[in-house]
Design a protein around this ligand. Structure first.
Ligand SMILES: *C1O[C@H](CO)[C@@H](O)[C@H](O)[C@H]1NC(C)=O
Ligand SMILES: *[C@@H]1O[C@H](CO)[C@@H](O)[C@H](O)[C@H]1NC(C)=O
Ligand SMILES: *[C@@H]1O[C@H](CO)[C@@H](O)[C@H](O)[C@H]1NC(C)=O
Ligand SMILES: *[C@@H]1O[C@H](CO)[C@@H](O)[C@H](O)[C@H]1NC(C)=O
Ligand SMILES: *[C@@H]1O[C@H](CO)[C@@H](O)[C@H](O)[C@H]1NC(C)=O
Ligand SMILES: *[C@@H]1O[C@H](CO)[C@@H](O)[C@H](O)[C@H]1NC(C)=O
Length: 600
């Protein structure tokens, strides 16, 4: 009888061990603990205040309350960007999430059986968590806020005893942030609206990421995104324990970033006056990221993908708007930086001198692009007049060398697209990270040359794929040729495919240390603020678990969709409650039944 009862309990509880991404190790029980808004939180022995249930307590008030104002944040010792402010603000967000956006898990238990899952509301006699004790065992320094991949210890331990003692330890402030995200996922709101509980005590979690670089690339040049959409995406990345956001900020279609020393660039290159990021916006985004454990870095793609520069500086760009466009570029409008033009060097000097000192306090990386360089373009470059790779290659090498020297002078580490190494055979510094996108074989080719690499193959991790063509076709031959208008990377990469991708696939064991991690990519030809969340989430969460937890579990087996699915469905519900319009993982029929029902 006891055994039967225990099994029944486990059957129910096993549906709701919903930590996403999966921790390295986790043990849970089935005791109930409540948490109330008078819970005390201490950080390294000092109490952290939180004003409960103040719906009119805006973010800016929170910042003032904590003695932090994002507009005036400096960093380093004495600056407001300190471990103390990072952790204090994270605690405020955590308690806000718990007490204002918690989950009633009706979709995650059998139909009409929520009452069996929920503890009886009896807060008076129930055991509550009285204090959350947070200990940071290491000391952060300026490196901790803009670490190179692998430089920061992001591990944490989290325990909750049955008598209500909750404890978090981590080496870094960012480790504490990850622990707090995990902590929120242990709690549910009672359907009476009366009380917040976990039914998993005692809890013991020990956790650390598998990969050092866990990123998302957002293209903000094909379509415009207001700062608030970028910040909301940072929130969602942090929920999923990502730590990098790559912003593809310039391209041929628009130049949405203001460079005060070159004011015409955004004035003419933005889609519309006002649709550009000011230096203050960029700083704001970077600091917003740091406060959430997400290091933001920018990509200025070149020499291709630069046509928007010609709107302000026509002399710098070859083949601007050349036709037929499919001869001169991968996507209209064509145009590429001239490769042997002294005015381009002067332009880039001015650009880097303005931009790099402003962003390097908040990031260690800068991406100089380099994908899809089209050789025909240089037939139309009066300073080159050739499509011969033997002529073009050394000129690209010179451009990249100059750019990377400027980055290094500003303490920034360069990232480039794979073509710079694999197509153009450039000599790159050993510090340079090469971002692969075309195949697993290319990841292995890059590590084979001893370079650090970011994975993120378009066959698995391009979130734009499968929407079909964005080009229009006339009713003649092209209509017939392209019908039914699939895009080059169809089909759509559903979360199961994203989840099945292994950044280490095909890389020899001896070279796997060079795979720093990877990025999912959101190219924006057919995405804008209206459909951003649904396009990215929950699919990017699947990549988040691969990057944090690894494609394989502790026993070396590939992680299973069948056990991932209910956890991801729960994570999706939590994200929606926190303002992310993530799409459903399955219909409620599936999430209400155990995973065996909706599987083959
Ligand atoms: C899980 O599935 C089995 C087999 O379909 C079923 O007997 C059981 O009732 C389901 N459990 C829940 C909690 O829905
Ligand atoms: C919040 O709202 C309450 C009740 O409406 C009001 O008394 C209080 O002054 C407000 N607090 C702030 C900080 O605006
Ligand atoms: C910051 O701390 C880390 C880890 O203790 C150390 O490796 C690094 O050298 C420190 N950096 C600075 C700038 O002090
Ligand atoms: C977490 O616990 C493990 C095992 O007790 C210990 O080795 C590790 O140092 C702890 N990590 C932190 C960040 O406290
Ligand atoms: C780069 O090397 C590859 C492989 O050796 C070769 O196929 C390609 O032609 C080279 N590219 C250039 C621009 O030399
Ligand atoms: C594990 O997944 C990888 C893809 O990530 C796949 O190539 C491999 O065949 C799978 N292994 C097993 C045993 O299913």
């Amino acid at each position: 009888m006891m055994l039967f009862l225990l099994c029944t309990l486990l059957a129910f509880f096993s549906q709701a061990l919903a930590i996403w991404p999966a921790p390295v190790s986790m043990s849970t029980g089935n005791s109930v603990l409540w948490i109330t808004s008078d819970v005390k939180v201490t950080y390294n022995g000092r109490s952290v205040w939180w004003i409960p249930f103040s719906d009119n307590f805006s973010n800016s008030q929170t910042e003032q309350f904590l003695g932090v104002q994002s507009s005036s944040i400096g960093y380093g010792s004495g600056g407001a960007l300190s471990s103390q402010s990072i952790v204090q603000q994270a605690i405020t967000r955590t308690l806000d999430t718990l007490f204002k956006s918690s989950l009633i898990p009706w979709k995650l238990v059998a139909r009409h059986e929520l009452a069996k899952f929920e503890p009886a509301v009896n807060s008076n006699s129930g055991v509550s968590i009285k204090v959350i004790t947070i200990i940071q065992t290491g000391k952060d320094n300026s490196t901790s806020y803009k670490p190179l991949d692998g430089e920061l210890d992001e591990s944490y331990n989290l325990t909750i005893s049955t008598n209500g003692d909750a404890r978090i330890t981590a080496v870094s402030a960012v480790g504490i942030l990850h622990a707090l995200e995990t902590f929120t996922q242990l709690f549910y709101l009672h359907s009476s609206g009366n009380g917040l509980y976990t039914n998993m005590a005692p809890v013991a979690i020990s956790d650390a990421p598998k990969f050092a670089h866990r990123g998302m690339n957002l293209d903000v040049a094909r379509n415009w995104y207001p700062v608030q959409d970028i910040k909301r995406t940072i929130d969602a990345l942090a929920m999923n324990k990502f730590n990098r956001m790559h912003i593809h900020i310039t391209d041929s279609q628009s130049w949405p970033i203001e460079i005060p020393a070159l004011p015409e660039l955004a004035a003419k290159g933005a889609y519309q006056t006002g649709l550009s990021y000011s230096p203050k916006d960029i700083q704001d985004i970077q600091i917003y990221g740091i406060l959430r454990g997400i290091e933001i870095f920018l990509e200025f793609d070149m020499p291709g993908h630069t046509t928007a520069i010609s709107l302000a500086y026509p002399n710098l760009i070859a083949a601007a708007n050349a036709h037929p466009w499919d001869t001169y570029c991968a996507e209209p409008p064509c145009g590429s930086l001239k490769l042997n033009e002294p005015a381009v060097d002067q332009f880039l000097d001015t650009l880097w001198n303005d931009l790099l000192p402003r962003i390097s306090p908040y990031s260690s990386y800068f991406h100089t692009g380099g994908d899809e360089v089209n050789t025909n373009t240089y037939l139309l470059d009066p300073t080159v007049k050739s499509s011969d790779k033997a002529v073009i290659g050394p000129l690209i090498q010179k451009l990249v060398d100059r750019n990377h020297a400027a980055l290094r002078k500003n303490g920034l580490t360069p990232i480039v697209w794979e073509e710079m190494l694999l197509v153009w055979n450039l000599t790159l510094g050993s510090d340079v990270i090469v971002q692969a996108w075309q195949s697993d074989e290319n990841v292995a080719l890059i590590t084979g040359q001893g370079h650090k690499v970011l994975a993120g193959n378009y066959n698995s991790w391009y979130l734009d794929c499968g929407k079909g063509q964005w080009l229009d076709f006339d009713n003649g031959a092209s209509f017939k040729q392209f019908y039914p208008f699939n895009d080059y990377c169809s089909p759509f990469k559903n979360w199961r495919l994203v989840y099945a991708y292994d950044p280490l696939a095909g890389v020899p064991a001896a070279e796997q240390h060079l795979v720093l991690g990877g990025e999912v990519h959101m190219w924006s030809e057919q995405t804008d603020p209206v459909n951003l969340d649904g396009a990215v989430w929950p699919r990017a969460s699947a990549a988040g678990e691969v990057l944090w937890s690894g494609r394989q579990d502790a026993s070396g087996q590939n992680r299973s969709q069948i056990t991932a699915s209910p956890r991801l469905a729960e994570m999706r519900e939590r994200m929606v409650l926190r303002g992310i319009q993530a799409g459903p993982v399955q219909m409620v029929f599936c999430t209400q039944n155990n995973a065996t029902e909706c599987s083959l």
